[in-house]
Design a protein around this ligand. Structure first.
Ligand code: GUN
Ligand code: ZN
Length: 432
């Protein structure tokens, strides 16, 4: 068994505030403490110090490694490991061709259980310790995900998908059954340990108005529940929503009219929003889970991050696997940089890493639990090599300052850099 009280030695990096889109030299909020000791007691951060701790602390030596809070993936689909890297389609065709057929299998409790374990272990093997997750429409798939996360002690936000139209047989629910399933899942899993329930409207095209109203009523009835969905991802999808909801001003407005936007709403993509939508995001406190890898892979578009934050909207980062092509938040950040480059905006490694840690924690109202090395937070910690290849070694060796080093790390790196992941102080992944 692992010690209850230990000090982990390494190059500690976390953030105290949003570095924003400032140039690297002017960036605020970066807290880098090379070769320091992270004190962990009872699964929580007890402090950070420069000197070796006294003998009452066991020592865990990760000297020379980059130690960060575990990543937070704010939008990912657990069953879609079965369709990641599928060729040749845009969103709506991709759903019909690959995703819906794959998700049907998760009605089977054995498939759901095996899938949940595979997914959660994969998250940990990519240095992601918290996530906001879509399973499938089947109650059993949400059940399996919650049970697996509880076993691993992970902070997880999830809920069964709501989908009562425009989906194939075996993937539709109805308002009454869905409500019973949600209530039962909320009562058994919401606020149990580190778990929270999210009312999960897949997207406006696959829910009736009645179903969205039902979801909003449950969100109100059960404090602390989240809402997750997709919005304004592809142009064809946006056109379809305009046909289905002619009375709404915009795609985002559909959710607003149904009472689904609040400070616990997580909306993936938001590529095709306008300024009125962005103001609505600010006013409601809802966040956009920006998913650059998915947006590139499905050809969806280039998200206007600066525009969204300019109007006061919260933006977090997500893999959106299986539309996204990797569970690695490092690869996702590298993709985010390239998407912004296409828009003429420079994303620093500081801003990117903040968004995958404290920024996400803050937007989810979980900053007192995850996303940083603040005293009292859960010790969700990822330990990374600085380099994994001769090329990386060469390039990072030439770096003149911290930002240059981190930017090269983020751009060249991936999950093979991960040495270990700790969840609430307990090692849950160790590289063989
Ligand atoms: N919109 C509705 N469902 C999905 C999904 O599974 N993935 C993505 N990327 N977009 C969606
Ligand atoms: Zn998605």
């Amino acid at each position: 068994t692992f010690p209850e009280r230990y000090a982990l030695r390494g190059d500690l990096l976390d953030f105290t505030a949003d570095p924003g889109f400032a140039a690297p030299t002017g960036a605020q909020g970066v807290r880098y403490r090379p070769d320091h000791w992270l004190l962990v007691e009872g699964g929580r951060i007890a402090g950070v110090q420069a000197d070796a701790p006294d003998a009452s602390w066991a020592q865990v030596d990760h000297r020379g490694s980059l130690v960060m809070p575990g990543f937070i993936d704010t939008h990912v689909h657990s069953p879609q490991l079965d369709v990641i890297a599928s060729y040749g389609t845009e969103l709506l065709e991709w759903l019909n061709t690959y995703t819906f057929p794959a998700e049907r299998r998760y009605a089977d409790p054995e498939v759901a259980a095996a899938g949940a374990e595979r997914f959660l272990d994969s998250l940990l093997a990519h240095g992601t310790t918290s996530a906001v997750v879509f399973p499938t429409v089947h109650k059993v798939s949400a059940e399996a995900l919650f049970a697996g996360a509880e076993q691993r002690g992970m902070r997880l936000i999830a809920g069964k998908i709501l989908m009562d139209r425009h989906a194939p047989d075996g993937l539709r629910d109805d308002v009454e059954q869905a409500e019973r399933d949600c209530v039962d899942l909320v009562q058994r899993w919401h606020c149990r340990g580190r778990l929270a329930y999210a009312l999960t409207v897949r997207f406006a095209p696959t829910s009736t108005s009645e179903q969205m109203h039902m979801a909003a009523a449950l969100m109100k009835a059960y404090p602390g529940t989240y809402m997750q969905t997709h919005v304004a991802e592809s142009r064809d999808e946006v056109r379809w929503v305009a046909e289905l909801f002619p009375q709404s001003r915009s795609y985002l407005d559909v959710y607003h009219r149904h009472g689904l936007l609040n400070e616990r709403a997580v909306l993936a993509h938001g590529i095709w929003l306008d300024d009125t939508d962005r103001v609505l995001l600010r006013e409601t406190g809802a966040q956009i889970a920006h998913s650059p890898s998915s947006n590139l892979f499905l050809g969806s578009g280039l998200f206007d991050w600066l525009g969204a934050e300019g109007q006061g909207a919260h933006v977090t980062l997500a893999t959106d696997v299986g539309g996204g092509t990797s569970l690695s938040m490092i690869r996702t950040l590298a993709d985010a940089y390239k998407v912004q480059a296409m828009r003429g905006v420079k994303l620093t490694a500081y801003k990117a890493l903040y968004g995958a840690t404290r920024g996400a924690a803050q937007a989810l109202h979980l900053a007192d639990e995850i996303g940083s090395f603040d005293t009292g937070c859960h010790a969700d910690v990822a330990v990374w090599d600085w380099t994994s290849t001769p090329l990386m070694q060469h390039r990072i060796g030439l770096a003149q300052d911290l930002h240059e080093k981190l930017f090269a790390w983020m751009t060249l790196g991936d999950e093979r850099l991960l040495q270990a992941a700790y969840v609430a102080g307990t090692p849950r992944f160790r590289r063989a």
